[in-house]
Design a protein around this ligand. Structure first.
Ligand SMILES: *Cc1c(COP(=O)(O)O)cnc(C)c1O
Length: 370
């Protein structure tokens, strides 16, 4: 068993403890229905999720990575090149490669850690689509980037795996501005299932129809393959029923996450740590990221106080051994951030005394080389 004094990066048992009766009822509903894949719960969740995000269609799939792959397949052709950031954990690269598309990388902005119009503009003539990740829960400048993509005649795909509920600078829910958007319901995400799950969102009837075919073998109707490039990626009824239950409280949970990171920011104000966090509705605080000069020392300090830390993400995509080409591009901001970032525990059920302990260490720790 874990040390009761230790503060973990996440503790999914605490969330379940609060909602066990509702989740049990949702599971029982599915058990009694005798329908376990792509049934009434999935359909209901799809329409509730589409409504929550202000789009016409949501399509339930088996994971966030599948959602990215299907999004990419639905708006580009095989052999296309996808422009993305290299600091987002490799999911887009995995998905693009699985779909038989190439990947190119643009550097990120040093303040926000996100792609911006300035970092992508020079590349737009050489690519067929952009995957824009709302990293750590912060909505990127998606309206401006959508305008650039549309001028360049290329597609925009939003990766909303970390940012469900965030409001973009133009006042839209993330996932409603690009041509198509991918969501993940991996258990640790802001909206998490009790297993894997994902969704593709779009307001285009054509993209909707294509993704619905592609998620199930390319079938137009049963056993009739009408679209090449299909896979099997379906959201099961148990996960859909659980997600419906949890979707009710997503805005409240996101607020609580934001409060937690805002407390860290206040505590760190005099210690010299930088963070890409902003305390407003554009950020749903999926991860609490701080930039530290002397990361190993600072992480050891937190560890000695029983506080877990992590790095999201330590190896940029273009430097991963399995993907590294002969001439990996130079992405100086991405590479420098990968050496400096550190993640602190953030989850809605973290206790106030735990937040205080983390704040105390942030306040007492100077971000200086020793
Ligand atoms: C988690 C995540 C994904 C992938 O989701 P899975 O459900 O784990 O496949 C994609 N993009 C980002 C930014 C993520 O954080």
């Amino acid at each position: 068993m874990s040390d009761p004094q230790r503060i973990p990066l996440n503790d999914l048992r605490r969330q379940l403890a609060e909602e066990r009766d509702d989740i049990r009822a949702a599971i029982d509903r599915v058990l009694d229905s005798g329908w376990y894949v792509l049934g009434p719960e999935c359909h209901a969740f799809e329409s509730e999720l589409a409504q929550f995000n202000g789009v016409s269609h949501a399509i339930g799939v088996a994971s966030g990575t599948d959602a990215l792959e299907l999004s990419i397949s639905s708006v580009t052709k095989p052999g296309a090149t996808i422009l993305t950031a290299a600091n987002c954990g490799g999911y887009t690269t995995t998905a693009a490669r699985a779909a038989g598309r190439g990947v190119a990388y643009a550097d990120v902005d040093a303040e926000t850690h996100l792609l911006t119009p300035a970092t992508i503009e020079a590349h737009l003539g050489e690519v067929d689509a952009v995957v824009l990740t709302h990293l750590y829960g912060r909505a990127a400048l998606v309206e401006e980037i959508a305008d650039l993509c549309s001028t360049a005649g290329i597609a925009l795909i939003e990766d909303c795996a970390q940012a469900i509920g965030a409001i973009s600078p133009g006042g839209n829910r993330v996932g409603s501005v690009g041509d198509v958007a991918a969501f993940s319901f991996y258990p640790t995400k802001n909206l998490g299932a009790l297993g894997d799950g994902g969704a593709v969102l779009t307001s285009s009837d054509e993209v909707n129809a294509r993704v619905r075919r592609l998620r199930q073998y390319g079938w137009g109707s049963k056993y009739a393959v009408e679209t090449a490039g299909g896979i099997n990626s379906r959201l099961d009824e148990l996960q859909a029923a659980i997600l419906r239950e949890r979707l009710h409280s997503i805005d409240i949970k996101n607020c609580r996450r934001r409060e937690i990171v805002a407390s860290y920011m206040r505590a760190a104000a005099t210690s010299g740590f930088k963070s890409p966090f902003v305390d407003d509705i554009s950020h749903v605080a999926h991860l609490a990221i701080f930039e530290v000069d002397d990361r190993d020392r600072v992480r050891r300090l937190f560890a000695s106080e029983g506080i877990a830390t992590d790095i999201h993400y330590p190896v940029p995509d273009h430097l991963q051994v399995a993907w590294r080409g002969q001439h990996p591009p130079s992405l100086p901001v991405t590479e420098s951030l990968a050496k400096r970032i550190m993640t602190l525990p953030t989850f809605p059920e973290i206790r106030e005394d735990e937040v205080q302990r983390i704040c105390d260490v942030l306040h007492a720790t100077s971000n200086q080389h020793s």
